[in-house]
Design a protein around this ligand. Structure first.
Ligand code: OGA
Ligand code: NI
Length: 365
């Protein structure tokens, strides 16, 4: 087992003090202190680790070319491909989504600039309360975890209204100008609405159905520093997202894996693609026709990885239940109705635990 004995002075303290410190300062601060081994409280149980002898199948996650969506002739083909991917995988990549490549690259760059700020600057946004709208934090839910995730994160609302934008960080300069993040969010919103229409059509409901439910965007930058013992820990443990859908941009460093029929698949990094995850709310709304995907993140010995996530979610008071048009005698409701903020309360009450939140609203027969 790794020991904390060799840690340099920034964190030289008793284990419990170290644990408390890191839960606030984050894993980048730990790495910057020059550790050569990870502390014990990052070591995952063997059965949760991403061990190489397990099957990890490359590059099979569907890649869907979105350019046909605006053409009446090819639209139905794209809609079908999206529906099939949501049923069979719960995840797919989209290319030709309409957001220019330089906007994607700039967003990743802004992410690096934010996490490279001095710790004091980031700490002014620190909170361990996951419901805080603007938050710098680490791991997933440090208040509830005994083993931490190898990740730091910045979260804020994804709206570009003046009231929302003024809450964004003031540093670095690339954030203060608001320009890059605003461009990114504008582009992602246009794409999201087009995607919601395609998903609605694929479910056979009116095209604005999902857009009227998934009205909010929550924005996050995930930062996974390089790690001296990548085989012992994870950037994020296996989980499904609480969102309706998640729009994710990965950098060029592999790390995201998805579970399908008991096997883990790598989501191959593509600088031109968005990764789309079906989240738990869409699984409920679709009455199980679409499946939220279980996924996890591995870390890297040499390289720091960044991803940009947008969780497309309902307002807190929204009632989420299987769409009535998707229920009939041979398709009884598979989930009970739940108010979204109560769902989040369950989701945030624990560490990442596979699909345990959606399991709690599943109706048993
Ligand atoms: C998440 C997530 C994946 C990634 O933020 O919920 O699963 O590749 N991120 O960072
Ligand atoms: Ni996730």
């Amino acid at each position: 087992m790794a020991s904390v004995a060799s840690l340099p002075s920034l964190f030289a303290a008793e284990d419990s003090t170290l644990f408390k410190q890191i839960k606030m300062k984050g894993v980048k601060a730990l790495v910057d202190s020059g550790i050569t081994q990870i502390p014990d409280f990052y070591i995952k149980p063997v059965e949760d680790r991403a061990l190489e002898e397990r099957p990890l199948v490359d590059d099979q996650v569907p890649v869907i070319d979105f350019s046909g969506i605006y053409d009446p002739v090819s639209r139905s083909r794209v809609v079908k491909a999206i529906g099939d991917a949501c049923k069979e995988w719960g995840v797919f990549q989209v290319i030709n989504h309409g957001v220019p490549k330089h906007v994607l690259q700039d967003m990743i760059e802004v992410g690096h600039e934010f996490f490279n700020l001095p710790l004091e600057d980031k700490m002014s946004y620190y909170s361990d309360d996951l419901s805080q709208p603007v938050r710098f934090g680490t791991s997933y839910n440090p208040a509830k975890e005994t083993i931490l995730e190898w990740r730091d994160v910045l979260r804020h609302p994804g709206s570009i209204s003046p009231e929302a934008v003024q809450l964004w960080p003031e540093k670095p300069e690339s954030y203060r100008s608001r320009e890059n993040t605003t461009n990114y969010l504008k582009g992602a919103k246009v794409f999201a609405e087009t995607l919601f229409a395609a998903l609605s059509e694929s479910l056979g409901v009116q095209s604005d159905y999902l857009q009227n439910i998934l009205t909010e965007m929550m924005f996050g930058i995930n930062y996974y520093p390089y790690c001296p013992n990548p085989d012992l820990t994870l950037g994020l443990s296996a989980h499904s997202d609480a969102s309706g859908i998640t729009i994710l941009l990965q950098d060029q460093i592999a790390g995201l894996q998805v579970l399908r029929e008991g096997r883990w698949y790598l989501v191959q990094p593509r600088s031109d693609a968005f990764v789309i995850n079906v989240g738990d709310q869409l699984e409920i709304l679709s009455n199980g026709r679409f499946k939220s995907v279980e996924h996890r993140v591995t870390v890297n010995k040499e390289k720091t990885r960044i991803s940009i996530g947008i969780l497309c979610v309902p307002l807190g008071d929204t009632r989420i239940a299987p769409i009535s048009g998707l229920i009939d005698e041979s398709h009884p409701p598979m989930y009970r109705e739940v108010i979204f903020k109560e769902y989040l309360g369950h989701y945030f009450s624990k560490q990442h635990n596979r699909k345990s939140s959606i399991d709690s609203v599943r109706l048993k027969f």
